[in-house]
Design a protein around this ligand. Structure first.
Ligand code: WTA
Length: 637
């Protein structure tokens, strides 16, 4: 039986989905036939959730950069692969055709090799949203080096933690990055991180903002100089490295329930197949489409939906350097109009930030090129859904809500644009191959519709993470030990009366602030480093723009003459340790935290107080000191 690579109708979705569940290996072998392989696989799937072992297309060899570039050259060499829109509308945009991007990737692959990067080495990339970031990623993929992209908003300390964990030998960065009216001094932040990273031997610095930087002899080199050397040698061809299907393509660090960020490992064949298949189907890609995803490449959405999904499909990806609200709230619409984007894929928090401005900004913009709107990263509230659908989509094009995670590699639950139904604030139906189950606290599977529980996936999919870097036991424990024989997502979910899935948010100690994922323990550890802080507890609370805001309860034993100064200072500490994204929105000083007699902090109570549900605290009589709760309630911010 053969399957349509791109699903065309709801009916077809149902039959393809059924096949993908009943004959997963044959199904994915069929999809995999659409790629270039150096060697075919011996086995489609090998798995055991008990030991957390997953392997797809075992025995096969291929190269992801070749699949994203070389494969398209004959038919699409002159087609734009990448359109780049700068932060400042006064500056020129850039377009790279497939031929040009291929050329630049090969040049930079030589630069990496010339500087001692070989197959399997880890390369940390800390750059702004410029084409060189994509070039750097694909150059790594071409020579088989493992990239670890770090979001530009992370602090020196966070970078150092990630570089140390991955033992990267090379860093690629820029002098600086533009974000709205700010210049972020990336190289200088790297300089602060590197004294703690003895593994790093080379730092390649790309010029962008002309921010002054200091260069260290023997370690720091300029991107442009190195590329010029390769050009002088006549830009020799560089063959794509033959990678095993299960070789690591990249590591991407994300937050979990513990304080230590984990390196999510994605491998070559499975990730490519999944990124491509979900891109082609969710967005219903057609030749000539211009895909505009606003996600930062420092997150999984950027990896999959700016880089690997569109390029592996031979699409044109539109990459934007800046933010939606600068110089004004019309920027995204202007970009859609200018480049005739066919898809606009963004985060609910971006939509909410735009809702604060009046719709004048949209009025005279021609958005008629758009065929699909999409969101990912956090639950989309119905106001934001309707606003986006009405104003950007003129109420006439599909808005697909896609649920996924750094760990899942690509969308798992989501509508296929114009093919399967959409529903307000609802991710709807699983992708082919995805078997979601809802379980109660005890792990019993909840059957039927109109039920809510914890979301698990009971069968592997090609794009799933394979391990957490350097710590396979952590991987097993985090994802496969809560419920037997299932991948636990950490999300709560409802299957509604129609059988559609609606994600309700994290059920573990992970916050989602403006679509940025943060562990409560991570933020608490940072706060606790401030002299005078005895103890702290962080919870999320509903925030109009950020989705979730950070509410910090802090036991403080320093000089309390000036509460506001102390608050600012604590926020600054968090910013230094993690990055500005983790700054608490509210800080309440408390005498003590509500604890059980065994000393466990009752976060449930703190969450309710932060949410303002003061009468729904439940039984507090079992607490060590119930009067603490009353005090916290009365001091609520
Ligand atoms: C949340 C982002 C509701 C969820 C792609 C998940 C969502 C976490 C949605 C992963 C959605 C993502 N609706 N919630 N459509 N998409 N989430 O790893 O809680 O940065 O577990 O990946 O974001 O965040 P991450």
């Amino acid at each position: 039986m053969s399957y349509p690579y791109q699903i065309q109708s709801y009916e077809q979705y149902r039959s393809v989905y059924a096949e993908s569940i009943h004959h997963p290996e044959a199904f994915w072998a069929g999809v995999a036939g659409h790629f270039s392989w150096h060697k075919k696989w011996e086995q489609v799937l090998e798995w055991d959730f008990k030991t957390a072992h997953i392997a797809w297309f075992k025995g096969a060899q291929l190269n992801v950069a070749e699949n994203c570039l070389d494969r398209h050259l004959a038919a699409k060499g002159d087609q734009p692969a990448l359109i780049w829109e700068p932060n400042d509308p006064e500056d020129a945009s850039r377009t790279l055709t497939y031929t040009e991007l291929h050329h630049k990737v090969m040049q930079f692959a030589h630069v990496l090799k010339n500087n001692g990067v070989s197959k399997g080495d880890r390369v940390c990339i800390y750059m702004g949203m410029i084409p060189e970031l994509v070039i750097a990623m694909l150059a790594c993929a071409r020579i088989g080096a493992v990239h670890s992209v770090i979001f530009g908003g992370f602090s020196a300390q966070s970078i150092a933690d990630r570089i140390q964990d991955a033992e990267a030998n090379t860093v690629i960065t820029c002098d600086g990055a533009y974000r709205g009216n700010k210049v972020i001094p990336l190289k200088s932040t790297i300089d602060d991180a590197l004294p703690f990273c003895p593994s790093v031997k080379k730092v390649i610095v790309c010029t962008h903002t002309r921010t002054p930087v200091s260069m260290l002899k023997g370690r720091d080199i300029w991107w442009e100089d190195e590329v010029a050397l390769v050009a002088e040698q006549g830009n020799p061809y560089i063959a794509p490295e033959s990678m095993d299907a299960e070789d690591t393509l990249f590591i991407l660090y994300t937050s979990g329930s513990t304080g230590k960020p984990k390196g999510v490992v994605h491998t070559t064949a499975g990730y490519l197949v999944w990124a491509n298949y979900t891109f082609v189907n969710v967005f219903q890609y057609r030749q000539g489409d211009v895909h505009f995803c606003t996600a930062d490449i420092g997150w999984i959405t950027g990896h999959t939906s700016v880089v690997y999904g569109p390029l592996s499909a031979g699409a044109t990806t539109l990459m934007y350097e800046g933010i939606p609200t600068w110089p004004d709230a019309g920027r995204l619409w202007e970009i859609v109009e200018k480049h005739k984007a066919t898809t606009l894929f963004t985060a609910p928090t971006a939509i909410r930030s735009l809702m604060g401005f009046n719709t004048e900004f949209l009025k005279d913009k021609d958005l008629s090129s758009l065929k699909t709107l999409g969101t990912a990263g956090e639950p989309i509230n119905s106001e934001a859904w309707h606003w986006f659908h009405k104003n950007a989509g003129k109420s006439s094009i599909p808005l697909v809500d896609t649920w996924w995670q750094t760990e899942t590699g690509g969308p798992m639950i989501g509508s296929l644009s114009g093919v399967t139904p959409t529903k307000v604030s609802c991710a709807t139906l699983p992708m082919p191959g995805i078997q979601p189950v809802l379980v109660d606290e005890q792990g019993h599977i909840l059957e039927g519709n109109d039920v809510s529980g914890n979301l698990c996936i009971k069968f592997p999919w090609p794009g799933m993470l394979r391990t957490t870097y350097g710590d396979h036991e952590r991987f097993r424990q985090t994802y496969f030990s809560t419920y037997e024989n299932m991948y636990f997502t950490g999300d709560g979910c409802m299957r509604d009366e129609e059988g559609f899935y609606k994600i309700t948010g994290r059920v573990d100690d992970v916050l989602n602030v403006s679509g940025h994922r943060l562990g409560t323990a991570e933020v608490e550890n940072a706060i606790n480093m401030h002299l005078g802080v005895v103890e702290s507890a962080i919870v999320g609370y509903p925030h109009d723009v950020k989705g979730e805001g950070i509410y910090a309860y802090i036991v403080y034993k320093g000089h309390e003459d000036e509460d506001n100064l102390t608050r600012q200072d604590i926020a600054l500490t968090v910013s230094r340790i993690i990055g500005p994204i983790a700054k608490p929105d509210k800080i309440q000083f408390v005498r003590d935290l509500p604890k059980t007699r065994s000393g466990k902090i009752m976060r449930r109570i703190l969450r309710k107080i932060a949410e303002g549900e003061l009468n729904q605290l439940g039984d507090t009589s079992t607490l060590l000191d119930p009067t603490v709760v009353e005090e916290i309630k009365s001091g609520r911010l």
